[in-house]
Design a protein around this ligand. Structure first.
Ligand SMILES: Nc1ncnc2c1ncn2[C@@H]1O[C@H](COP(=O)(O)OP(=O)(O)OP(=O)(O)O)[C@@H](O)[C@H]1O
Ligand SMILES: [Mg+2]
Length: 369
């Protein structure tokens, strides 16, 4: 890989990026981080607090200087540790949207949006026209004269999106833009962002630790762990086929079951587990019958029966939690707790004897660790 010449390409490309904060930093915030961000796509960086998501964004924006590596935007190197290239942030032509809206309180909405154009050669009329089109685009037509503090959180975030976009940036970097909003507004803004991107795709990197945002907004999802990439794939790939315990846990799969490989048929591997024989999409080909392994079992892909007839494994309900659209039963199977999610109306009281079995046709994720 190292010897392969990096071809200039549209979009962003990051190679071998490392960053440690402070002289005695034990663990690196970024550890040889390498990733291409294709033009017109939204790449989501998903991962727990402290895994380096913001450091990736700030390095790309030029707000943090990496220790080593290379960053190119549309083929131009904006940072190269080897040649000491370091283009200042304002020359990188990137837009940023932060969790805190970071608007100027003493400026109107229109002035906030126009801010990045101040140093440009545009005439007043051209600037006004650009700002007006941004206001329309983010759905704030007619609100240009208000002050930022006279807007709701969601509206303020749309102003910062307009401001990030007005200078026709080469990419937009989002750092948890919705996490300060309440649940309903967050949901609406998520849909609005999706609609804006469908209208006119732009290159973006979107940082979040919310898996729902990652799944809806990402063309591609990158799961990060301690400054490195744990897994990259389509949202569906990462959701349905996490490859490691860490990724499975991060996409909300609580049941990680030990098992024994029973048979291998190409990429389909049948694994015997405590909830029965599970068909898995194995992504490694070297599994052999008898091998010990771990399967990630999403609670919606197993079910509960009240009778043994269907061939389930017997267990006892520990508790049943109502979640609105579904309920989750925590079941004790031979001393192991298994979560089962169902959309049935029926609730089970603690102590109820039940039988757990896989949903017919379900394909489970066989983990690599
Ligand atoms: N300015 C700084 N000085 C020292 N350490 C820092 C600094 N900024 C970040 N770090 C450390 O670098 C690591 C990565 O931080 P970063 O902010 O990139 O994480 P993150 O994935 O964005 O987390 P969060 O989800 O909490 O925002 C963390 O261990 C953090 O403590
Ligand atoms: Mg962060």
């Amino acid at each position: 890989m190292e010897s392969k010449q990096h071809q200039p390409q549209a979009g962003l490309s990051v190679a071998g990026l490392s960053k440690g904060y402070g002289r005695d930093a034990g663990a690196l915030a970024l550890d040889n981080f390498t990733l291409d961000f294709p033009a017109g796509e939204c790449t989501v960086l998903l991962g727990p607090s402290g895994c380096g998501k913001t450091t990736v964004l700030r390095s790309i924006a030029g707000l943090v200087t990496p220790d080593a590596g290379r960053i190119a935007i549309d083929g131009d190197a904006v940072f190269d540790g080897a040649t000491r290239t370091n283009v200042p942030p304002e020359k990188r032509r990137l837009g940023m949207v932060f969790q805190s809206y970071a608007l100027w309180p003493h400026l109107t909405v229109a002035e906030n949006i126009a801010y990045p154009l101040a140093a440009s050669a545009l005439s007043k009329a051209q600037t006004e026209a650009k700002v007006e089109s941004m206001l329309q685009w983010v759905g704030l037509g007619g609100m240009g004269r208000r002050f930022a503090h006279e807007l709701s959180g969601g509206q303020q975030q749309r102003v910062s999106l307009g401001r990030a976009m007005v200078g026709t940036p080469r990419a937009i970097l989002f750092d948890e833009p919705l996490s300060n909003l309440d649940a309903r507004l967050r949901e609406r803004m998520r849909m609005e962002l999706l609609a804006l991107r469908q209208q006119a795709p732009f290159t973006s990197i979107y940082v979040t630790h919310d898996q729902l945002e990652a799944m809806t907004l990402g063309d591609r999802v990158v799961v990060m762990r301690a400054g490195r990439i744990e897994q990259t794939g389509s949202p569906e790939d990462v959701y349905k086929r996490p490859r490691t315990r860490f990724a499975a846990d991060f996409v909300g799969i609580p049941n990680l079951l030990e098992g024994t490989v029973r048979s291998v048929e190409g990429r389909e591997i049948v694994v015997e587990t405590i909830v029965g024989a599970l068909r898995t999409g194995g992504w490694r080909r070297d599994w052999t019958a008898g091998a010990r392994c771990t399967v990630a079992v999403r609670p919606t892909l197993i079910r509960i029966e009240r009778t043994p007839g269907a061939g389930g494994r017997p267990g006892r309900v520990i508790r049943s939690v109502f979640q609105g659209t579904s309920s989750v039963d925590l079941v004790d199977l031979d001393g192991q707790q298994i979560a089962v999610e169902s959309f049935a109306e029926e609730r089970h009281s603690p102590g109820t004897g039940v039988w757990v079995l896989p949903t017919p046709g379900a394909l489970f994720a066989l983990l690599d660790d």
